[in-house]
Design a protein around this ligand. Structure first.
Ligand code: UD1
Ligand code: CA
Length: 448
């Protein structure tokens, strides 16, 4: 069955009190609209139709959509029904139209699929849920026998109707040709003077199109966000859902309420995450990795058995197996730490490779470095990579020992098994197996 996903994203979202359009507000580091779009793309033979209006070009430019997506513009925001109408000309013959709201971002693809199936070729299906505080949502009106008669918006509801706790998620499915017929019948005789999409339910009843309400057991995925407080709630819901997914897979999370996953995060079994960690972008964590509190990990891979000590920032980096990093280390961008290497307290590693078993355990800056295996980088070592114009490389061969508080003025090469005396300023290459002293000799002068 062909699915045409109509995503309504033209509204201003005044209640959000923000200069940017509502559908560009973010949950888990991704815009509301992008969430809906990405999920719809999980459906088989689905083509997205996005209706934009408020700051249309900004919205279009901010979303990454497949090439075959169709965009239509709603010049004036005359209501959700009017918005849906803008997409009609692009719909494919014989498709099922699935209407999604750009401000209801967490709907699962399985839920979307179920609704499309419930609609089939002949019915209108809508997704409802129970909300004990239903304010702001359209109420589902049923006959005493349970038949869905229509939807009444908050603004138009009587005191009695306002008490109804079964509400409209906004998501509907109906055959495209039927949708056209229904939308053409909409009127704006209501308090808001808008063309409500929700009125197609009563119209369907008038036109003898069967209406089916699919009621969700858990409402987490269909909550919308009209203001900042609701946006925060959505964020927490999302994070809790993510944390639960990881718990099920055998990941240990100290407190599911104090962790943030923003992006595509993969974590394998046996790894543990302490409180207040943030994961951003594409992150892959192997097995039995221990991540201490306050770690921030962006677009990075961390190998099995590694240990990330508290308050460490890792970005665009690869950490192989059994690496130890932190506390308070800054790894990346573009750092590659090979197996069993150790990067300790207050060490920054940038655009550098650190070889197997190499250690830099305290207070060092390693920038543009190629550090081989089993090197010891002493406390306070600086790779002086910047001459004011260019970034220059430092190469350190296997087994070298860099004494504490040394400055290696790049470009420079330090040979295999060589040793740099503490406090040296090293300005020329050091051959293998040498002791380099680049500091003034100590004088002990007699006191007067
Ligand atoms: C809507 C539903 C309500 C439902 C709730 C669920 C209607 C009339 N009401 O109310 O029954 O319970 O969502 O969250 O549909 N939009 C446009 N053009 C417009 C107006 C809105 O594209 O002219 C878009 C908005 O960008 C938004 C979506 O439609 O993504 C919903 O609009 P919104 O104003 O938030 O509707 P609600 O009042 O929340
Ligand atoms: Ca809304």
């Amino acid at each position: 069955m062909k699915i045409d996903a109509i995503i309504l994203a033209a509204g201003k979202g005044k209640r959000m009190q923000s200069a940017s359009p509502k559908v560009l507000q973010q949950v888990a580091g991704k815009s509301l609209l992008q969430h809906v779009l990405d999920t719809s793309l999980e459906l088989k033979s689905c083509q997205p139709h996005i209706v934009v209006g408020d700051q249309a070009s900004l919205v279009k430019a901010s979303v990454s959509a497949p090439k075959n997506s169709k965009w239509s513009k709603q010049a004036k925001q005359l209501g959700t029904g009017h918005a849906a109408k803008q997409s009609l000309k692009g719909l494919r013959a014989g498709s099922i139209a699935l209407i999604l709201y750009g401000d209801v971002p967490l709907v699962k693809s399985s839920t979307m699929n179920n609704l499309v199936k419930a609609a089939g070729k002949s019915s209108l299906a809508l997704l409802s849920f129970e909300q004990q505080t239903p304010k702001g949502y359209g109420r589902i009106i049923r006959s005493p026998g349970g038949k869905v008669l229509g939807i009444v918006e908050e603004k138009d509801a009587t005191t009695e109707q306002k008490k109804i706790t079964e509400v409209n998620s906004g998501i509907m499915a109906v055959a495209s040709n039927k949708l056209e017929e229904l939308l053409n019948g909409l009127k704006n005789k209501n308090t808001a003077k808008e063309y409500y999409l929700t009125d197609i339910v009563s119209l369907a009843n008038e036109n003898k199109i069967p209406v089916k309400a699919v009621k969700l057991d858990s409402k987490e995925e269909v909550l919308g966000a009209n203001n900042r407080e609701e946006l925060n709630q959505l964020e927490r819901n999302y994070q809790l859902l993510k944390a639960k997914e990881f718990l099920k897979k055998g990941v240990i999370i100290s407190d599911p309420a104090r962790v943030d996953f923003r992006g595509e995060v993969k974590i394998q079994k046996g790894s543990s995450i302490d409180i207040n960690c943030v994961f951003e972008g594409k992150v892959e964590i192997g097995k039995n990795v221990i991540i201490g509190p306050g770690a921030i990990i962006r677009n990075s891979k961390i190998g099995d058995g590694s240990r990330i000590e508290p308050y460490t920032l890792i970005e665009n980096a690869i950490l192989e197996k059994n690496v130890s990093a932190g506390p308070y280390a800054h790894i990346g961008p573009d750092a590659h730490l090979e197996e069993n290497s150790e990067i300790g307290n207050f060490v920054e590693v940038k655009r550098s490779k650190i070889g197997k078993g190499t250690k830099a355990k305290h207070l060092a800056y390693i920038g543009d470095g190629q550090v081989s295996e089993k090197v010891n980088v002493g406390a306070g070592t600086i790779f002086v990579n910047y001459d004011g114009k260019n970034k220059n490389k430092t190469k350190v061969a296997k087994g070298a020992f860099i004494g504490s508080n040394s400055s290696l003025i790049a470009p420079i090469k330090i040979g295999q098994n060589s040793m740099i005396g503490a406090g040296s300023v090293v300005t020329s290459d050091v051959p293998a197996e040498r002791l380099a002293l680049g500091r003034s000799r100590q004088r002990n002068i007699k006191k007067k």
